[in-house]
Write a new protein. Structure first.
Ligand code: TYD
Length: 144
């Protein structure tokens, strides 16, 4: 399988239904997101200065949205790093499998909405950074 890189993490502009009384952003499974949505979860009440994430997923794909407020997502593919600032409910960061991520700098009241391609599975997580690097290297070496 092709190794994923931070350049594969793209920010999608989601549809906005405009109304003087406010906006709506609809998201469909295998529509605006390129996978079937199996799970939705959200992070909220994140204390100032907290870091979330700190892991990669073997198979899970996600769309990450700042449903309110803002935060930064630090992306790492084992070779390159990139930080994406999310601050609009109509922008979604598309995360392929096997990207290490940390979520930092949550604004007060910041809510991180996540649409995920699989149900929760602890075995899909890589929580050790050295193990992540080794797995990345294996995939890259396997392609040489
Ligand atoms: P985790 O994904 O590590 O949180 P974050 O990346 O935001 O820091 O999850 C924290 C805990 O919550 C962990 O014990 C697993 C549990 N959890 C579920 O049970 N179901 C879920 O859908 C998620 C995302 C987490």
């Amino acid at each position: 399988m092709k190794p994923t890189t931070v350049d594969d993490c793209s920010v999608l502009e989601l549809p906005k239904i405009e109304n003087p009384a406010g906006r709506i952003t609809p998201i469909h499974s295998a529509g605006e997101v390129p996978f079937d949505i199996a799970r939705v979860y959200y992070l909220y009440d994140v204390p100032g200065g907290a870091t979330r994430g700190g892991h990669a997923h073997k198979g899970l794909q996600q769309l990450i949205v700042a449903a309110s407020g803002s935060f930064d997502v630090i992306l790492d593919d084992g070779t390159s790093r990139r930080t994406v600032h999310l601050n609009r409910p109509y922008l979604g960061l598309l995360m392929p499998r096997m990207i290490w991520r940390e979520l930092v700098n949550f604004s007060s009241g910041g809510t991180c909405l996540v649409l995920a391609s699989r149900r929760y599975d602890a075995a899909d997580y890589i929580r050790n950074y050295d193990e992540f690097l080794q797995l990345k290297k294996k995939v890259t070496d396997g392609r040489r």
